[in-house]
Design a protein around this ligand. Structure first.
Ligand code: NAP
Length: 253
């Protein structure tokens, strides 16, 4: 039956940036769909664990600073030690630094590119190698952005990283589909999380943004649930290299 294809029962899912925001929302959704969820963060994920455990779900915390790319294999191995296999990777951790392009330092540029792009590639590579060793495919879902399509303003490194994530998603899908690995992405619109706190605090910018969202509201972590469960499930077996917008209609405007 079709709804069975959306079940993630028995799967091991790894979500980066699991302590808050969209990552937390996706952890909860994947657990509700039946997956055992390993959440990666540099701080405690106690709140995420509580949200999952209260519904009888399973959550395992992996503390790692993802600004150090050497942690990519460490994250994979920590989950393998716990569960023995992996089935799903959601590359969600990301940062945004707002500054006029003429004032951005090389250090800040590298900080954003390192986490939002380099780590996405290195973790995807580590997981793909493991999926190939396991021999039965796997899922990778990257988190893109409206700036995968549009320029944005005062966020040159962020826009570059998220535009690259869209291209990388297509490239990796082309290479790994033959191994039964689905690489796709979700492009969230304007969501109410720490990432947009500065924008939402600016009454003028916030009003301009809201006026342009056809759905008439900011998105929430819960809005990510349907798309992430679909892309991580058997129901998406023939979906490769696509970026799904969860944006309240922003891109349609
Ligand atoms: P958020 O609440 O700021 O979440 C970002 C997550 O990344 C947090 O869990 C954060 O942990 C983690 N992270 C940052 N640096 C890290 C590091 N060095 N090591 C490990 N984890 C680190 O914002 P969010 O909106 O949920 O963002 C999640 C993803 O969605 C990001 O990739 C973001 O670019 C993307 N996105 C968001 C929006 C939006 O409107 N909110 C729109 C499009 C795309 P800490 O709490 O420790 O910092």
């Amino acid at each position: 039956m079709i709804l069975d294809d959306f079940s993630l029962k028995g799967k091991v899912a790894v979500v980066t940036g699991a302590n808050t925001g969209l990552g937390q929302g996706m952890c909860v959704a994947l657990a509700q769909a039946g997956a055992r969820v390993a959440g990666v963060a540099r701080r405690s994920c106690a709140e995420t664990a509580q949200l999952i455990n209260k519904d009888g779900g399973e959550f395992f915390e992996v503390i790692a600073d993802m600004s150090d790319t050497k942690n990519a294999p460490v994250i994979l191995n920590t989950v393998l030690e716990k569960y023995g296999c992996v089935d799903i990777l959601v590359n969600n951790a990301g940062i945004i630094l707002r500054e006029d392009a003429v004032n951005v330092t090389e250090e800040d540029w590298n900080k954003v590119i390192n986490l939002n792009l380099n780590m996405v590639f290195l973790l995807s590579q580590a997981f793909a190698r493991q999926y190939i060793r396991q021999g039965h495919g796997g899922k990778i879902v990257n988190v893109a952005s409206m700036t995968s399509y549009q320029g944005g303003i005062r966020i040159p490194a962020y826009t570059s990283s998220k535009s690259a994530v869209l291209g990388l998603t297509r490239e990796l899908a082309n290479e790994w589909a033959k191994h039964g690995i689905n690489v796709n992405a979700i492009a969230p619109g304007y969501m109410a999380t720490n990432n947009t706190a500065q924008l939402r605090d600016d009454e003028k910018r916030s009003g301009e943004i809201l006026d342009r969202i056809p759905a008439g509201r900011w998105g929430t972590p819960e809005d990510m649930a349907g798309a992430v469960v679909f892309l991580c499930s058997k129901a998406a077996e023939y979906v490769h290299g696509f970026t799904v917008a969860v944006d309240g209609g922003w891109l349609a405007r």
